[in-house]
Every structure is written in C-alpha cells, then in structure tokens.
Design a binder for this molecule. Structure first.
Ligand code: MC0
Length: 149
C-alpha cells in the first residue's frame, strides 16, 4: 500500500540558492543533507509535515555532482523544476512488482539506496504519463533492504 507522498524531487543548479529561496519565501528549514554518489546528486531534504502513518513529507532539492547524472541531463534539457514525485510505502519490492504487473517499467531490478538509508526504485516516466515516479521505503518500514550499490 502507498501511504503518503514521501517527497517531491526538484532539480536545481545551485543547492544553497534553492535552500535560501525556500527558507525566505516559505520558512522551510533543512532537515537533512547528503551526497548520493550512485545517483550523482548533492541533496537537501526540507521537511514539510508529518503524516498519519508516522512518516513525513519533504521537498527534496537535487543538485548534480556529475555531468552524466540524471539531474544534470534533466537540467540541460528542461532547466530547474520538478524532477520526480515519490510515494512512500512499507513494501517497496511489493509496490514495484504491482506496478510492473500493471505494465509499468521499473528502472532497477532490485531496490537501491535512497535518502536517510531508505530503499528506492523508480518507474519510467514514459509509462507514468510523463512523471518520473519513485517508490520509497523508509529504513524502519517492512523487511526489504536496499542493495546499496
Ligand atoms: C527523463 N524524462 C523525463 C524525466 N527524465 N520525463 C519526466 N520526468 C523526468 N525526470 C524523459 C525525457 O524527456 C525523454 O523523453 C525520455 O524520458 C528519456 O530521457 P533521457 O533524457 O533521454 O534520459 P535517459 O533515458 O537516459 O534517462 C531517463 C531516466 C533516468 C528516467 C531513465 O533519468 C533515470 O534513470 N532516472 C532515475 C534515477 C534518478 O533520476 N536519479 C536522480 C534522483 P523524450 O520524449 O525526449 O524521449 S536521485 C533521488 O531522488 C534519490 C537520492 C532519492 O530520492 O532518495
């Protein structure tokens, strides 16, 4: 079951400038920052609210650290903007399989490492009406771990 919007991922050219924009305009504070070498990003999580299932919802600001990363490619083509929407679930493997069974391509055969040690997979935007869709399982939810490659 999908229980919340975990985060909205936003591609940005300069992480500090984007953080400052959200702080000054909306009062959002940085909850967590991290570099994900595998995904080629430096990121900041801005916590928006808690949710009924005990999880939270975030804005995820993403700055590329490599020219060949998905975020760099996206910025080159589209400029700054919404890059993906991520749904939270206690079972990323099960939800990915359900999407595959519904005819949607998953981008990874197994979950990978996401923010806060979460387990993630992505669904192809061309199969999701133009939205790159991420499935996120928090580290303490369910029993499936990421491969951390
Ligand atoms: C590409 N396309 C998108 C898109 N990225 N459509 C909507 N939203 C996006 N974000 C479209 C392109 O416009 C193009 O359409 C077609 O998909 C192929 O794209 P491409 O630019 O030629 O690039 P590909 O095929 O090499 O790669 C696209 C793909 C890739 C989605 C497979 O970006 C990918 O593997 N993404 C998953 C990983 C990721 O995004 N990591 C960064 C966030 P046309 O019509 O022109 O053919 S990391 C993250 O978020 C982690 C840390 C976390 O949350 O914990």
């Amino acid at each position: 079951m999908i229980t919340r919007i975990d985060h909205v991922g936003i591609a940005c050219r300069n992480l500090e400038e984007s953080i400052e924009f959200y702080r000054v305009t909306f009062g959002f504070e940085v909850y967590h920052t991290e570099v994900n070498e595998q995904q080629g990003v430096r990121e900041a999580m801005l916590r928006i609210n808690g949710t009924d299932d005990g999880g939270s919802s975030y804005l995820q600001l993403l700055e590329p650290i490599r020219e060949d990363s998905p975020i760099a490619k996206f910025l080159e083509k589209n400029g700054e903007g919404v890059h993906h929407v991520a749904f939270g679930t206690a079972d990323v493997v099960g939800e990915t399989q359900a999407a595959v069974d519904a005819g949607v391509r998953a981008l990874y055969p197994e979950p990978r490492h996401g923010t806060f040690g979460s387990s993630i997979n992505f669904l192809h935007p061309k199969d999701c009406h133009g939205i790159l869709t991420e499935l996120v399982q928090a580290p303490d939810a369910g029993s499936h771990g990421a491969d951390r490659h």
